[in-house]
Write a protein that binds this ligand. Structure first.
Ligand code: FMN
Length: 246
């Protein structure tokens, strides 16, 4: 890591009134906005979300939100998982081809993809799934036990091994760079922050524990997920678990 790369990035991606403008979008070059695993070994349609089941007031969720790292054994319900996924990247409106989500995204370009490792969820195989935004489905891309390897790749953090579910967020940076060039990286990380905060609040609303994870060996996780680390790369993770103390 070069010592000043962050400082240079911050300086060189500033907008200023003299340099802005003149950039035309080439719609014929627009990157594919969705990812789909057509060869997934299994597809599971997530249950429709019954919002009336999650009625804890927002102010209480904000007040109670905490990073929780101690989880007990047990299964997460598929309804709760469906709510959590919806809260992070559920579709709430459609204008033309654009599917607007529960979390905001710079330019509505949605560069973040969601993967989930399910260690213990009612009715779901243990394994790595991709969330298909358009169909509200999970696509199984790797079946089997991965919690130990995921924890190792996350600097051996026990919270990753004990979680019922691990969210893994990657970015497909081309979706944003198409419009924002190198400044896109600022927006990608901001997008991910919004997504993770939605997850924290949704987890709090259903009495679950959540912990953001930013410490990991990037390319180890990229290999587990099966992405190249360039066109698509891991940027953020979060754990979800049944909390030891309520
Ligand atoms: C970008 C980011 C990365 C984080 N990475 C980790 C992590 O790798 N491991 C961990 O246990 N907590 C991680 N956290 C959680 C913070 O430690 C936690 O938010 C902080 O201690 C404040 O506590 P609170 O969330 O309970 O308010 C991360 C939080 C953020 C926002």
């Amino acid at each position: 890591m070069s010592e000043d790369i962050g400082d240079r990035f911050q300086q060189e991606t500033k907008y200023d009134p003299h340099s802005l403008g003149g950039h035309r979008l080439d719609w014929s070059e627009r990157p594919e906005p969705f990812k789909e695993y057509l060869n997934a070994t299994e597809r599971v349609r997530l249950p429709d979300v019954d919002l009336s089941g999650y009625s804890k007031p927002l102010a209480e969720c904000l007040f109670q939100r905490r990073s929780i790292r101690a989880y007990r054994e047990g299964e997460l319900t598929l309804n709760d998982l469906s709510f959590l996924i919806w809260a992070t990247q559920g579709v709430t409106a459609r204008y033309g081809d654009t599917l607007f989500r529960t979390a905001p995204s710079a330019g509505a370009l949605y560069p973040v993809e969601t993967y989930l490792y399910t260690r213990s969820v009612e009715g779901l195989k243990k394994g790595l799934w991709h969330y298909n935004v358009r169909s509200f489905e999970l696509e199984l891309i790797k079946e089997g036990e991965l919690e130990h390897e995921l924890a190792q790749a996350a600097l051996m953090q026990p919270v990753v091994q004990k979680a019922q579910v691990v969210f893994l967020w990657t970015s497909v940076s081309e979706r944003s760079k198409w419009k924002y060039s190198q400044r896109a990286y600022r927006y990608i990380y901001l997008d991910a922050g919004h997504i993770c905060e939605n997850l924290y609040l949704a987890a709090t609303a259903c009495g679950l524990g959540c912990c953001a994870i930013g410490a990991f060996f990037d390319d180890w996780l990229n290999r587990i997920i099966g992405v190249d680390g360039k066109t698509e790369t891991i940027i953020y993770m979060a754990t979800i678990g049944l909390p030891k103390k309520r």
